[in-house]
Ligand binder design. Structure first.
Ligand code: AGP
Length: 606
């Protein structure tokens, strides 16, 4: 999932392109590059690694020209090398940048090589540049060339092509991967999302799947795959504060951990109607029509669905199935009794989740998109939207978006329970009051950095770790383990505490870190005896628990307590020390906290 950008009609566009790439670096940071045309000359600059390396290359030899394209890469095909960095140039006449995967690239490459085309990279994307050279050599104009190429390629793509023979336009197209076209004053732009263009224009056109377009300085002409002109409305996107700074924190993740009280308060406010009732922005009819729900998501968002299942089942009686998006899409899932697919995604662009949502819609389900990015593809395609209001999340490891998702999901469960007559007015008011107290409680948990720091220093020496939770805390154990994995590169696994004795307990040996999540809920005693079994085999128990439950585990090696809270809300509050533990362990290990290796913030390939 790379980031692509482009500009036409913008004097010395390379700086504008570079600033756009900075806003997209969360999408991939293996390599980057920019190419422009000036006086009929294609000039390329590429660098391996972070954008700063490209910045240095541009300072040494700047680019000129009013038309150009750029790219920041998350490697899918071909190693992390300069040759595999985009833009790719073919025959000195066509340059391309691409996000997605051309699934039939090998067949196309073999045919083009047989026809004499010389490839200089191992990427799937480079075939696009050669296909354009081939089409132009056949005498096709850019629109016909694009139409012919779209007829040949398979897979997910958002690409932009720069043609020396046509230096006044960019040729762009998309299928499944996101692409926004920005209409400016005497110049036009393209970007993988509107954030990339926020310093240039807020007037944006979103292409539909299989659309292609010619982008000139004075405007955009959109076509459908069959070449017929298409009318795509422009929208004015929400003003974006553009490049978010760290606000004095060392890392975006540290800042975003501290922003959770606001993220929760703002998300709760979005779920509250003008009359102060929890509505989840859905009217009672829409809620009552929900017969059964499939919840679709990936990664941390998937774990949020698993926590929410406990709430929805207990508060509403509505059957719920939690599905890993990348698996659901390729199964023939039973659709009854599910009337609705609730799709959760921070970015609103994860392709696995988008394709799973489309699959559910094709099976006749209503779709609800729970997203943190208002203008995202999932938000635009879903029948209904539940917004989290966590603000831009830059750190690749999701923190405030996760607790905001849980807040919105709990509000949704309460509103659904009320509409189904499962919750009385008093019960609704009681839970509502407890959710309103959350930002304050989370604020208190933010004071745990100093308590956790020495525990993290020890954890940083470990090769692996286990996370245990029972009931609604089991999915939080999975999330805690994911945070440690993706941030510190320590192999960590989350288990349901009761499942340990059926095998995983064999992993325990002296001093193996066992991070245990515990709340004063009906499963506390059972969970505590599971921990005692782990401790008896030498496991080093790191307890993350409500204060009143900590006494249960007097044999723990390290204890971190959060304020006492209703068991319903324990997963949200206990997420904070789990995040801080993973964060401080990564800082201790010196890994790249905000841009961990091999990861990207929004995964737009399958
Ligand atoms: C979480 O820290 C990871 N960045 C990752 O698992 C993420 O949750 C997953 O890729 C889903 O992203 P989404 O919520 O934007 O769809």
């Amino acid at each position: 999932m790379c980031g692509i950008v482009g500009a036409v009609g913008h004097e010395n566009c390379s700086q504008a392109l570079f600033d756009s790439l900075r806003r997209l670096e969360y999408r991939g940071y293996d390599s980057s590059g920019i190419v422009t045309i000036d006086e009929s000359e294609i000039t390329l600059r590429r660098a391996v690694g972070k954008l700063i390396n490209l910045e240095r290359a541009l300072q040494v030899s700047p680019l000129s020209g009013a038309i150009g394209i750029g790219h920041t890469r998350w490697a899918t095909h071909g190693g992390v090398t300069t040759e595999n960095a985009h833009p790719h140039v073919a025959s000195g006449r066509v340059a391309i940048v691409h996000n997605g995967i051309i699934e039939n690239h090998r067949v196309l490459r073999n045919r083009l090589q047989a026809d004499g085309h010389n490839f200089s990279s191992d990427t799937d994307s480079e075939v696009l540049a050669h296909l354009f050279v081939e089409a132009l050599d056949q005498g096709l104009d850019p629109a016909r060339a694009a139409q012919q190429i779209l007829g040949q390629i398979e897979g997910a793509y958002a690409f932009a092509a720069l043609l020396v023979d046509y230096p006044d336009m960019l040729v762009v197209a998309r299928n499944a991967s996101p692409l926004a076209l920005g209409v400016g004053d005497g110049a036009c732009y393209i970007g993988s999302d509107a954030i990339a263009l926020s310093h240039l224009t807020r007037k944006v056109i979103y292409l539909k799947d299989h659309d292609f377009a010619l982008v000139r300085a004075d405007g955009v002409t959109v076509y459908q795959a069959d070449g017929t002109p298409a009318n795509r409305e422009s929208v004015i996107v929400a003003a974006n504060q553009g490049l978010v700074d760290k606000g004095g924190y060392r890392h975006f993740m540290e800042k975003e951990i501290h922003e959770q009280p606001d993220a929760i308060a703002h998300s709760l406010a979005a779920m509250t109607g003008a009359d102060g009732r929890l509505t989840a922005q859905l009217d009672d009819k829409e809620l009552q029509d929900i017969e059964g729900m499939v919840m679709l998501a990936a990664g941390t968002s998937h774990y949020a669905t698993q926590v929410a299942r406990y709430w929805i089942e207990s508060l509403t009686g509505v059957p719920v199935s939690c599905e890993i998006a990348s698996e659901y899409h390729y199964r023939s899932p039973a659709t009854s009794p599910y009337s609705t697919a609730l799709v959760i995604s921070q970015s609103g662009e994860s392709l696995d989740t988008l394709m799973a949502m489309r699959h559910a819609a094709a099976c006749g389900m209503k779709t609800i998109g729970l997203v943190n990015v208002p203008d995202s593809t999932i938000a635009r395609e879903a029948d209904m939207v539940l917004p989290t209001r966590a603000g831009p999340e830059i750190g690749v490891a999701s923190t405030k978006a996760f607790t905001a998702q849980l807040t919105v999901l709990l509000c949704f469960a309460v509103a659904l329970g009320r509409s189904k007559g499962m919750l009385s007015r008093d019960q609704v008011a009681d839970i509502h009051a407890k959710i309103q107290a959350l930002p304050g409680l989370v604020g208190k948990a933010l004071g745990l950095f100093d308590v956790i720091r020495p525990i993290a220093s020890h954890l940083a020496t470990a090769k692996s770790a286990l996370y245990l939770g029972r009931g609604v805390l089991y999915p939080l154990a999975l999330e805690g383990a994911l945070k440690l994995k993706e941030l510190s590169y320590i192999h960590a696994e989350g288990f349901a505490s009761g499942e340990m004795k059926h095998g995983p307990i064999a992993l325990i040996e002296d001093d193996l870190p066992v991070v245990a999540l515990l709340a004063a809920d009906p499963l506390m005693a059972k969970a505590s005896s599971n921990l005692r079994e782990a401790s008896a085999r030498g496991g080093r128990i790191i307890l993350l628990s409500e204060a009143r439950a900590a006494a249960e585990v007097d044999y723990a090696d390290a204890v971190v307590t959060v304020p006492d809270v209703d068991p319903l809300l324990a997963p949200i509050l206990l997420a904070v020390p789990a995040q801080i533990l993973a964060y401080l362990t990564a800082v201790e290990k010196g890994t790249d906290v905000d841009q961990p290796r091999n990861l990207a913030k929004s995964v737009t390939v399958e």
